[in-house]
Design a protein around this ligand. Structure first.
Ligand SMILES: *Cc1c(COP(=O)(O)O)cnc(C)c1O
Length: 453
C-alpha cells in the first residue's frame, strides 16, 4: 500500500468532515511561515537520522520495529481529530473501536466474557492487573519468575504489595516446585506467569500452574505483553509455538498484551483484559467533568489512566480489519520470525565460532561466541555488538546483549569457566517477517564478527 497516498487521503477525508461544520479562520497566533516550517522540519529530519534502523532486517537486536502502514494511516486520521478515549464524550467513535478491538483480543485468548481496555503500555496494563489483585486478595503479595519483566517488582512497590521473585529453570521458565514452596507460606495472593519473557521469549508453564491456583486460592495473571499474539500460531506445528501455555490463558484471571510489540502498532498501545467483568467495581470513581452522553460503563471508569489517545484505538482497529486475529491474518506475520529463529538456532548449533544459549521458544535467539571463560565471552560479545553497528550502513548488523549468570549457563549444559559471576551474551529479536530471508546473511555477518574478535 502507498503510504503517501493514504496519508493524503486521511487528511482529505478528515478535512471533508470538518468543512461540514462551516468555514472559520485559524487564529493568526498559530500561523507559521512556510519557510520557517521548512527549515525546522529539515532540522527534525536530520536529527531523526541519529536512530538505529529498526525497520531493516540488518537490525536484529531489541524488540523494535515500525508500525504497519495501516496503523500509521489509522493513527494519523484519528489524530487529526484527536479524540480522548477516557470518556464517550471525548471520543465516541474511537471508544466504540476500542471496545471492538478489546473484544477481538479477548476472543483470541478464549475469554467468553471480559472487561478490558487499551493502556499506554504493558507496564500500565500490568499495574492495573496487579491493582485488581490487591483488591481481590488484600494483604497478600505477588509471585513472579526471576526472569519476569523488571517492572513487576517496581509496580508491587508502588502498590505497597510484597513481591516474591521465583527461581527460573534451565529453560528460563518459572520453576513450579519453587513456586509451590512459596505458595505454602500463604503470603501470595497472585502469581504472574509470563507468556514469552522479554529476555529469552520463554513460556512459563501456565497450564501446569492452573492446578496450583485451585489448591492455594491464588489469582493467576498472565503477562503476555510480548508473547500474547503468538496465541495465533500456538498449534504445536513445525513453525508454530507450544499450544498448552497459550490454551491455559483462557482459564487465568487476567492477561496483558502489547499491540505496540507484536500487534504492528506505534508506541502507546498496551491492553489489559479481565476474565471477570465484575472487577470493574474496583475502579469506581466520580468525576464532575465527564460522562454526559451515556449511563453505560465508560472506558474511563475502568481505567487507572485518564486521557488516552483515541488514535491508538483507530490504528489498532484499522490494522485488525486488514490483518485479523487469525492464523492466516496476523498469525502469518508472526510465523516467518518463528521460522527465522529456529533456522538461526540450527545454524548456530553447527557453527565453530558460535553456539545457541538455549533453543528459542518464540522468535528471540540468544547465542554466544565459543570461548573458555565467561569473562572472554562477555568481552567478545560486547566487541561484536559494537563492531557490528559501527560498519557502514549497507554492511552493518545490529545485535543486542543479554546478561547471564554462570549458573544459568551451567543449567543449560554450557561448560564454561566461571571466572566472573555474570557476563553478557548476544541476543536477537527476529520480530520482523523479513528477517526470515536474512537469516543466512545475519549468521554469516555474526560469524565474521566473532572471527574478527
Ligand atoms: C515489554 C514488556 C513489558 C513492559 O511493557 P511496556 O509496554 O514496555 O511498558 C512487560 N512484560 C513483558 C513480558 C514485556 O515483554
Amino acid at each position: 500500500m502507498d503510504l503517501h497516498h493514504w496519508l493524503g487521503s486521511a487528511a482529505d477525508e478528515i478535512g471533508r468532515w470538518q468543512r461540514e461544520f462551516g468555514a472559520f479562520e485559524q487564529h493568526p497566533a498559530l500561523t507559521v511561515p512556510e519557510e520557517d516550517f521548512s527549515q525546522a522540519f529539515a532540522e527534525l529530519a536530520e536529527r531523526l537520522r541519529a536512530n538505529y534502523p529498526f525497520f531493516h532486517p540488518r537490525y536484529a537486536a531489541q524488540m523494535l520495529k515500525p508500525p504497519h502502514p495501516a496503523a500509521v494511516v489509522g493513527y494519523v486520521a484519528a489524530m487529526l481529530i484527536n479524540p480522548n478515549n477516557h470518556a464517550l464524550d471525548g471520543g465516541p467513535a474511537t471508544a466504540q473501536m476500542e471496545r471492538e478491538v478489546i473484544a477481538a483480543l479477548a476472543s483470541m485468548f478464549g475469554y467468553a466474557q471480559h472487561l478490558g481496555h487499551l493502556t499506554t503500555s504493558g507496564t500500565m496494563a500490568n499495574l492495573e492487573a496487579l491493582f485488581v489483585s490487591r483488591e481481590t486478595h488484600p494483604g497478600r503479595g505477588v509471585a513472579y519468575s526471576q526472569d519476569a519483566h523488571y517492572t513487576h517488582g517496581r509496580m508491587c512497590h508502588l502498590l505497597g504489595m510484597p513481591s516474591f521473585p521465583v527461581a527460573a529453570d534451565g529453560a528460563g521458565r518459572m520453576d513450579l516446585d519453587a513456586l509451590e514452596a512459596l505458595l505454602r507460606t500463604g503470603q501470595v495472593g497472585t502469581v504472574v506467569m509470563t507468556a514469552g519473557t522479554t529476555g529469552l521469549g520463554a513460556l512459563d508453564p501456565i497450564d501446569q500452574a492452573l492446578e496450583l491456583r485451585e489448591r492455594y486460592g491464588v489469582r493467576i495473571h498472565v503477562d503476555a505483553a510480548y508473547g500474547g499474539f503468538f496465541s495465533l500460531i500456538a498449534d504445536d506445528s513445525a513453525d508454530g509455538v507450544t499450544a498448552a501455555p497459550f490454551r491455559a490463558v483462557a482459564s487465568c484471571d487476567s492477561v496483558v498484551v502489547d499491540p505496540h510489540k507484536h500487534g504492528l502498532q506505534p508506541y502507546g498501545c498496551g491492553a489489559v483484559l479481565f476474565k471477570d467483568p465484575a472487577v470493574g467495581r474496583f475502579y469506581k470513581h466520580d468525576s464532575p467533568y465527564t460522562y454526559f452522553t451515556s449511563d453505560q460503563l465508560h472506558l474511563g471508569e475502568i481505567s487507572l489512566e485518564c486521557s488516552r489517545a483515541g488514535a491508538s484505538a483507530a490504528a489498532l482497529w484499522l490494522t485488525f480489519r486488514l490483518l485479523p486475529l487469525t492464523p492466516d491474518g496476523l498469525g502469518a506475520v508472526l510465523r516467518p520470525g518463528r521460522r527465522a529463529a529456529l533456522r538461526w538456532a540450527g545454524l548456530l548449533a553447527d557453527s565453530a565460532a558460535l553456539m545457541p544459549y538455549q533453543p528459542p521458544e518464540l522468535d528471540i535467539v540468544t547465542y554466544l561466541p565459543r570461548a573458555r571463560r565467561l569473562s572472554e565471552i562477555d568481552a567478545l560479545s560486547v566487541r561484536m555488538m559494537e563492531a557490528g553497528m559501527s560498519a557502514v550502513p549497507s554492511q552493518a548488523v545490529f545485535l543486542a546483549t543479554y546478561g547471564v549468570s554462570a549458573s544459568a549457563l551451567a543449567a543449560r549444559g554450557h561448560r564454561i569457566m566461571a571466572d566472573v559471576e555474570t557476563g553478557r551474551i548476544l541476543r536477537s529479536v527476529l520480530m520482523k517477517p523479513e528477517s526470515e530471508a536474512w537469516v543466512e546473511i545475519l549468521h554469516a555477518e555474526v560469524e565474521k564478527l566473532a572471527a574478527a574478535g
